[in-house]
Ligand binder design. Sequence first.
Ligand code: UDP
Ligand code: MG
Length: 320
Amino acid sequence: MVSPKYSLVVPVYNEEKNILELYRRVSAVGEQLDGAIELIFVNDGSRDRTLQIVRDLHQNDPRVSYLSLARNFGHQIAVTAGLNFARGEVAIVMDADLQDPPELILEMVAKWQNGFQVVYAQRTQRQKESWFKRGTAYIFYRLLQHLADVDIPTDTGDFCLIDRQVLDILNAMPERNRYMRGLRAWIGFRQTSVQFDRPPRFAGNVNYTFGKSLALALNGLVSFSKVPLRLSTYVGLFAAAIAVLMALLVLYWRLFVPQSPLTGFTMILVAIFFLGAVQLVSIGILGEYVGRIYEEVKGRPIYTLAEVRGFPSHSESQTK
Ligand code: UDP
Ligand code: MG
């Protein structure tokens, strides 16, 4: 097989109803591209027939290769694994549920041919997603943009095209906590966007539960911003200022007001609760960062591979 020009990386987790339709549409797009494509599926510990379907595709089409992770590692890590194996001059990351329309790849490739090294898809609208998801996503992306050290574009997901030069840098980044959108923005180079309306899922259920989305959002914030850490310093300083003011007030009342309005211990209780809350929140924030340091220093591999097929240079062994 000639070495591919375009590597499509698709993480799949319980997507048995979507894969064939995705394959059909991606093949149609492939026809219109000026070079060979490879389609890399990354099975992220699916519990349905996903892996079986992917195996069959690989048997029948040499352009299809796949990795199977040894358990469910999550979307970001599945993408990381796929990118590690991509051989093309460019890699394109997309979801399996057709929420990232394959036809947009043509537009992305056109931008790449015009000299851009990262082309990310930006959603102008989301169809059929709950107001809650849209609302929280809206707030999160804007908060992240304010707080993050790098400029992470709003309303972009993982659907993007990455040039080989950038991909090699991304693959060499050792961090285990992979918030891909942030890493992608951090790297730099010439980046641009293409706009699209995000269609609903073709079939199957959303795998990103509220809990997972929240974890991803927290990950993004903590990995790319030190503002939350500084926040506890600010709140601490503010609380200290209030304490000094209160002390002065008490002193004044004791010395100059015969009938002191300070009765009982209500005020003391309020102060204790307030300070207790501030301290707990600060410790929690600190814990988030310390936890991440812990994750990084353990130095475990980012994922484990149970099966690798369709990569001639790889020994097709059991683990990485
Ligand atoms: N996915 C994955 N591992 C997971 C959850 C999701 O590989 O633990 C894949 C999923 O198969 C899909 C993509 O990540 O291709 C996006 O997932 P989903 O459509 O559930 O999320 P959303 O559209 O809300 O971003
Ligand atoms: Mg989806």
